[in-house]
Design a protein around this ligand. Sequence first.
Ligand code: NAP
Length: 242
Amino acid sequence: MQKVAIVTGASKGIGRQIAKTLAMQEIKVIANYNKSEQQAKELKQELQDKGFDIDIVQADVSTKQGVEKLVNYTIEKYRKVDILVNNAGIAKPGLIIDVTDEDWQELINTNLYSAFAMSREVAKSMINSKCGLIINISSIWGEVGASMEVVYSITKAGLDALTKSLAKELGPSNIRVNSISPGIINTNMNSNLTNEELAEIKDEIPLEKIGEPEDISKCVKWLIEDNYTTGQVISINGGWNI
Ligand code: NAP
């Protein structure tokens, strides 16, 4: 039976590549987007041209309504969710003295609440079928903390705690939960960095390069094939954290 996967934030960057990789594995992908409708439509077309059909669903997963819309769509159409990739996320760099309560709430809701609420909704179906895989895309900054990204780092550390707790709670139902924790990946999220800043970062990375979205999607593919890894934070960062 064909597997069904939801990927949040799949219109761009890492999520887009994960959606492509899974679709090309003959998995039915529900690719979520919020604002980037055009990019989502282009993704659907690109995959259709290759012979793969995905569903694209607009939903703001930072809200309860958005989460329910996305999960209800999937369950009503496919009756199950086998794989959930909580990838949607935003960054808002700045000094702590400049971070507003609105910034805090937006980051918490988008990066952390979304993953909690999505996991809560899909867990109901996964527990029934006694099978499932949840992957949270966290970040190196959740592991080591980032100056000028305090709230972002908090959300990502929270995701890793969500991963470990859920892995314990849902393991007996044969549901695996893992984090993939990227270092720096070549996406829009880093488009604010100058070439000089990127060169400085590369200097700090043992493998001396910036990662690509494929480096993350390959790990998602591997976690789908695996069946004995759970509760882990898998760091993919060129050795940046050692
Ligand atoms: P990106 O290119 O900026 O893409 C972010 C994606 O998240 C977009 O598809 C966006 O959709 C979606 N999104 C944002 N808010 C959303 C919401 N409320 N509801 C639904 N979708 C939403 O960023 P990226 O680099 O691919 O990042 C993907 C994930 O990897 C994030 O969680 C990020 O924190 C994490 N990460 C990235 C890096 C890196 O260096 N790039 C490193 C570590 C971790 P719309 O445009 O349609 O709104």
